[in-house]
Ligand binder design. Structure first.
Ligand code: ADP
Ligand code: MG
Length: 476
């Protein structure tokens, strides 16, 4: 039997507000434990929460960006559970009246665009953290994170594979960064995902029993966790077993998931409206103001890149994958005046590979937009060939200076003088008479050999198009 996976993701996005969702304490990451937890975050009796307007503004922007409905009235509820990092005994969240409902995200897959529907996005506060390694024989509680604003974005079970899940997550990650509502730092937990996975016989329409794998904090781990769950559940069902609905934990060291607790249901949490907080009312004027503040979003930018720069859908998708990358590309096009396709190839090719090698983000690129433009200018005006450009690029990475400096210092200027190239071509043909005869007798795959010889004699500096043209002419 063929099986099909059904996947829904719950993504927790930490908002970039200065202060917490209901208190004035700072949200800065990395401070000494419990230095950023005020009386309210410590759940002192008599303290009262006051909603942070900036967090609501961010929720509105997200709602607009995912084409969702922004609730004109919504409310906060208490989600009750006991845990040492939650001194209040409840988390303030939104339950039956979330701030955003029914949106979607269009995600580029290998074979086209797929629309993934978003059930809801709601505001909630984060809990504190238990620290098990800092004090010998004891666990410590750090409440710096308690009360940090989150938006939880819940997708419909529209996703059908681990690959689709990762693409959806990457699109959402790019979106919140474009909006400037999240720093996207997955290692620090600013963007984390719970993966709900079930499987069913392909062709059937009812959903199978799902498991929820918690807090997977990298794209690669999400993919691995989902692949493992699909495999585990498929094997279980194929053997006639049943899947237990439960919460599981992913272990990156073994690439497996294991049970953490049986799945709690909404009833267990005894949700009820928080009596300390008023109904949240959002006016049309506020929504309009937020709309006016929206930046150009990935989908629109991609379309503009295709139309204005004549890029393929693929190239445009890669470039708009991060706002910094898109900005870098546009700056280099404008500074170098080189063709967009050429710039795109270099930015998503050589540069991306070099950054990847050093595990760096485009924002940390050792080569500035100016330097990159300097290199592209010289490729475009044919001072150097694309091949020599790679040598120059490596030297730039090694800190040897600007493209022009390196080209001069290493004597890499391309030979485009047709007379000089013709001389070398003729010399090569003369020296390799046997190969010339073989070529003329039909062994045309020898063409590359001649090109290679010319390049060897010019240390790769001959203009490749001219070499090709001259060789074709001489050999016929
Ligand atoms: P809970 O509150 O228990 O986490 P929700 O109904 O809010 O449950 O669903 C959470 C997530 O689980 C959603 O993203 C939803 O799309 C997904 N989901 C629901 N049913 C299934 C299923 N049978 N298989 C896979 N995912 C599912
Ligand atoms: Mg859930």
């Amino acid at each position: 039997m063929e099986w099909e996976a059904v996947i829904g993701l719950e993504v927790h996005v930490q908002l970039t507000t200065e202060s917490k969702l209901f208190s004035g304490a700072s949200t800065r990451y990395g401070a000494l434990p419990n230095t950023q937890a005020c009386a309210l975050d410590l759940a002192m009796p008599g303290t009262l929460p006051v909603l942070n307007e900036a967090a609501v503004a961010m929720a509105i922007k997200l709602g607009l960006a995912i084409h969702g409905q922004i609730a004109r009235t919504s409310s906060f509820a208490r989600k009750n559970y006991f845990y040492p990092d939650l001194p209040k005994g409840y988390q303030i969240s939104q339950y039956d009246e979330p701030v955003v409902k029914e949106g979607y995200l269009d995600v580029a897959l290998a074979d086209g665009i797929k629309r993934i529907h978003i059930t809801r996005a709601h505001l909630e506060e984060d809990a504190g953290k238990s620290l098990h390694e800092d004090i010998k024989g004891m666990s410590g509680i750090d409440l710096n994170r308690a009360g940090t604003p989150l938006i939880e974005i819940v997708s419909e079970p529209d996703i059908r594979s681990a690959d689709e899940a990762v693409r959806y997550l990457k699109a959402l990650h790019a979106l919140v960064r474009y909006l400037g509502i999240c720093d996207g730092n997955m290692q620090e937990g600013s963007f984390r995902c719970d993966a709900n996975v079930s499987v069913r016989p392909k062709g059937t329409t009812t959903f199978g029993t799902r498991t929820e794998t918690k807090n997977v904090n990298s794209f690669r781990y999400v993919e691995k966790a989902i692949l493992y769950e699909i495999e585990r559940q498929t094997n279980l069902l194929a053997e006639g077993g049943t899947v237990t609905q439960e919460t599981r934990l992913y272990d990156p060291s073994t690439n497996t998931t294991r049970p953490m607790r049986s799945k709690e249901s909404a009833n267990d949490y005894r949700y009820f409206p928080d009596p300390d907080l008023l109904t949240l009312r959002i006016s049309d004027a506020w929504i309009d103001a937020m709309k006016a503040e929206l930046p150009e979003l990935p989908a629109a930018k991609q379309q503009r890149f295709q139309e204005n720069y004549g890029l393929s859908a693929y190239d445009a998708t890669v470039l708009v994958g991060s706002k910094e990358l898109a900005d870098f590309f546009e700056a280099v096009v404008s500074l170098s005046q080189a063709p967009a396709k050429l710039v795109s190839n270099w930015v998503t090719g050589e540069l991306a590979a070099a950054l990847n090698r050093d595990n760096k983000d485009i924002a940390e690129s050792p080569i500035s937009t100016n330097s990159m433009a300097g290199l592209l200018k010289r490729i475009h005006d044919q001072t150097i060939s694309g091949k020599i450009a790679k040598t120059v690029f490596e030297a730039m990475l090694a800190g040897e200076g600007e493209a022009d400096t390196i080209i001069q210092a290493k004597g890499l200027v391309q030979i485009t003088d047709i007379e000089s190239i013709a001389k070398i071509v003729d010399k090569v043909l003369l020296e390799n008479q046997a190969q010339v005869d073989a070529y003329r007798a039909g062994k045309t795959q020898l063409f590359g050999f001649f090109v290679g010889q010319v390049m060897k004699q010019t240390q790769g500096k001959a203009n490749p198009e001219q070499v090709n043209a001259l060789l074709s002419e001489r050999l016929t």
